[in-house]
Design a protein around this ligand. Sequence first.
Ligand SMILES: Nc1ncnc2c1ncn2[C@@H]1O[C@H](COP(=O)(O)OP(=O)(O)OP(=O)(O)O)[C@@H](O)[C@H]1O
Length: 255
Amino acid sequence: MTDTALATPAEARSAVAAARVRDARKAYGTGDATVTALDGVSVDFLSGEFTAIMGPSGSGKSTLMHCVAGLDTLTSGHAFVGDTDLATLSDRQRTLLRRDRLGFIFQSFNLLPTLTAKENICLPADLAGRTLDPAWFDTVISTLELGDRLGHRPSQLSGGQQQRVAVARALVSRPEVVFGDEPTGALDSRTSTELLRFLRAAVDDLGQTVVMVTHDPVAASYADRVVFLADGAVVDELARPTRDTVLETMKRLGD
Ligand SMILES: Nc1ncnc2c1ncn2[C@@H]1O[C@H](COP(=O)(O)OP(=O)(O)OP(=O)(O)O)[C@@H](O)[C@H]1O
């Protein structure tokens, strides 16, 4: 992008790509039953930026996210996290890359009911045998306003608080990229707004990189940039989106 007026904060800092795909193709099935989920996608997710991925149902959003996050593999083309080409990794190495370098927030919070909030937040690091940076832990907990909830079990927390615990779990190891697949999908609008504000704060105040798949124009308006997919291809991009510009673009693309 050359027009600095359209540059997002990350672009203005000449940020590097925290993750990217090049000519990404993904086909499911064989022969007549082949479905092309990604049909030559190239896109950068800049470090320190909040990117939303939008598009009609079946356009390839989840497939793109799963392939760039090492949850699935491309049929051809390349997906990179930092400088690591995921195609060069074994299944085991991809698992370690996800554990050590990425964070995930899913629609279902996936918290363990018998553990406290703090134990849930620390579990991935504990399993990896990694020591968390206490100062960073405190920053994440205070940003997410979870300080007085750390001893509670998930059943003693509201839906929004549970989702914040899931966000803290994703952020606490300071991942290179946090991926969210419809993270607000199961939340009411107040809780959803709360979560989106926290994701925004994670980018603005903590310097994190967030990539989020969403159907919701309001959720997308919290991002720095929206990438629109249709039929497995990138068909449009929007910098500094608002609810209205996202809606206009969706209308124009016939979503
Ligand atoms: N495991 C699979 N096996 C076969 N086809 C699949 C598989 N996963 C996805 N697809 C197909 O690939 C295409 C893209 O799916 P994908 O889930 O990436 O779309 P999406 O944009 O995330 O959709 P939605 O918004 O409905 O979640 C669709 O046609 C889908 O049916």
